[in-house]
Ligand binder design. Structure first.
Ligand code: UD1
Length: 418
């Protein structure tokens, strides 16, 4: 098959991006593509960034362009990313910009690219929490609607895209690239997912603004962690560390650790009796490894983890968390069913290969939606001379030589009647 995409720019910026970049970079290079890696520098601390680059040997595959944008408000961070990514894309002139996931760097990469006429491919498209209060949900929706090729990790994410009217021929159900990384890490660690000797501790991770920027929710979660009948290991995100200090949340009784590299964290998660988390990726990793997951949120975009039974939404209420953990630890049958919960289709370690081969065979160009092709009646702006006699009536409603025109006259009439 002829490779149509030869030059790719992959934009990353935050910890979850780095983990997914590794299998993608490998697959792109196997496909013979020339790749440049734009790291926005959204995450800059060694423990959130460098450790992943080193461990996953990301620089073995690619030259990194680091933009060092750092932290800031959403507007500051995203706009700094956009300005700098635009410069790089103008210089590198890729056939396509590939963005991953839902962080601010993802949105910035997609916006900078489409605005200068470079098509965008989105990996991990279609996840929806239906909660616009999450910055990631805003990023996900916007990126999906300006991408020309969308790689979805699950069946439900594929459906979400179709429901939102994204043309089917742009969507590829590639599977989950995060699991590609996890498969290789498990091999390196000698771990067989779903068949791991569990040890007597729970892992806790929290970093979502909704949980850690709100002192009440943060306290409820920390208090619950202190009271559950199992030892708690807590690799703490810098944002969470700052908030605990600011709100004087006492962490005594919990084993606080620095953020870990990928291998160390997966090894910890795999052997844990259970995990309490508000991370999206950890819900998926826990399901794959066979570690029961209790999600400290009211919703999740990782619907399949709930459907399979490996994940429970518990929110951030202290009493509820303690009750659910206690019940789970006492009920062996329930516990085992969570460990053995089924892993979704195409979470098989081959998602990145699917992405690379589909991308290589796609003619990437920016096209507007063709609703006519999708069977949806459409209003268009056309030159007046193209109008039929009947539609010219409608033309009166608009100014100048551009007029509203419809291919479906029945719909035009209805609109006119209103
Ligand atoms: C970001 C992503 C989130 C992802 C998470 C993974 C967005 C909107 N959020 O959240 O989806 O789950 O990364 O970790 O993109 N900080 C440091 N060192 C760093 C980076 C950040 O100390 O290297 C601190 C700073 O105080 C910063 C805060 O963490 O203000 C938040 O960082 P930011 O990148 O804005 O968001 P995250 O909470 O990390």
């Amino acid at each position: 098959m002829r490779v149509l995409v030869e030059r790719v720019c992959l934009v990353v910026g935050a910890r979850p991006n780095f983990v997914k970049a590794y299998p993608l970079l490998r697959a792109f290079s196997e496909e013979g593509m020339e790749v440049s890696l734009v790291n926005t520098g959204q995450h800059y601390d060694a423990e959130l960034c460098e450790v992943f680059f080193d461990e996953l040997r990301i620089r073995d595959f690619v030259r990194e362009i680091n933009l060092k944008v750092g932290s800031g408000s959403h507007a500051e961070q995203t706009s700094r990313c956009i300005i700098q990514i635009e410069r790089v894309l103008q210089r590198e002139k890729p056939d396509v910009t590939v963005v991953i996931g839902d962080v601010n760097s993802t949105l910035a990469g997609a916006l900078a690219s489409i605005k200068i006429g470079i098509p965008v491919a989105h990996v991990e498209a279609g996840y929806r929490s239906f909660d616009l209060g999450m910055p990631e949900e805003v990023n996900r929706i916007l990126v999906d609607h300006i991408s020309q090729l969308l790689f979805s990790p699950t069946e439900s994410s594929t459906m979400n895209l179709m429901i939102e009217g994204i043309p089917e021929d742009r969507i590829r159900f590639s599977g989950n690239v995060l699991i590609d990384s996890l498969v290789s890490v498990c091999e390196n660690l000698g771990i067989t997912p779903k068949n791991i000797d569990k040890e007597d501790y729970a892992v806790l991770t929290i970093h979502r603004p909704k949980n850690v920027d709100n002192p009440n929710r943060l306290r409820e979660i920390v208090d619950a962690a202190k009271e559950i009948p199992i030892r708690v290991v807590f690799p703490i995100h810098p944002r969470t560390r700052e908030r605990c200090a600011e709100f004087r949340v006492d962490l005594e009784g919990i084993e606080v650790r620095y953020p870990m590299g990928y291998m160390e964290f997966i090894s910890l998660l795999a052997r844990a009796k259970l995990v309490l988390t508000d991370s999206g990726g950890i819900q998926e990793e826990a399901l794959f490894l066979g570690t029961p997951c209790l999600t400290l949120r009211e919703n999740t975009e990782r619907i399949e983890t709930l459907i399979s039974g490996g994940n429970l939404l518990v929110g951030a209420n202290r009493e509820r968390i303690i009750r659910v953990v206690s019940e789970l630890l006492e009920d062996e049958k329930k516990y085992e069913s969570m460990v053995k919960a089924e892993v979704p289709d195409r979470w098989d370690g081959k998602a990145s290969k699917r992405v690379a081969s589909e991308l290589g065979e796609s003619e990437m160009k920016i096209q507007s939606y063709n609703f006519m092709k999708m069977g949806i009646p459409q209003y268009m702006l056309v030159e007046k001379r193209e109008l039929s006699k009947e539609d010219e009536v409608i033309a009166k409603f608009s100014r100048g030589y551009l007029s509203i025109y419809s291919f479906d006259t029945a719909l035009v009439r209805r609109w006119r009647a209103n």
